[in-house]
Design a protein. Structure first.
Ligand SMILES: CC(=O)c1nc(NC(=O)[C@H]2CNCCN2)sc1-c1cc(O)cc(O)c1
Length: 130
């Protein structure tokens, strides 16, 4: 199991790098911090499970991701929240939806290109056993 701990340590290092790259991309600044319910008071009435990149970085540090799939599930949550909260045909809402879709494509592509597929398989096997 020591090798399992080593594998999960490597996963955390990798996911921090991905998180940093996404959070440092100006395109995604509105996804970097929890939505401020002072500024956007109706947000919690519409979005029941908020998510953001800073929260995801904390989840990495708290060992709350055991494979890249779990990490991408939270990226998908950020995307779905933005699509739900910004449904209008206005250019403002359209631009936010477009940014959300770009975040999804960026994140999935980054992980696909930079992660060894059998490393992810090993992480998923560990995750299933736990
Ligand atoms: C992240 C998100 O989903 C988000 N959506 C918004 N939508 C609107 O403002 C649309 C809603 N429809 C009516 C016209 N306004 S603002 C916003 C946001 C932007 C930030 O810079 C930081 C932040 O925390 C949240």
């Amino acid at each position: 199991f020591e090798t399992e701990e080593h594998t999960l340590r490597e996963l955390r290092i990798f996911l921090r790098e991905i998180c940093k790259k996404l959070a440092n991309n100006r395109l995604f600044y509105m996804f970097t911090k929890p939505v401020d319910t002072e500024e956007v008071p109706d947000y919690p009435t519409i979005i029941k499970q908020p998510m953001d990149l800073e929260t995801m970085m904390t989840k990495v540090d708290f060992h709350q991701y055991e494979c890249a799939k779990d990490f991408l599930n939270d990226i998908e949550l950020i995307v779905q929240n933005a699509l739900e909260y910004n449904p209008a045909k206005t250019s403002a809402d359209k631009q936010i939806r477009h940014r959300a879709c770009s975040l999804r494509d960026y994140a999935f592509t980054l992980i696909k290109n930079e992660m060894d597929s059998d490393f992810e398989d090993k992480c998923q096997d560990i995750s299933k056993k736990r």
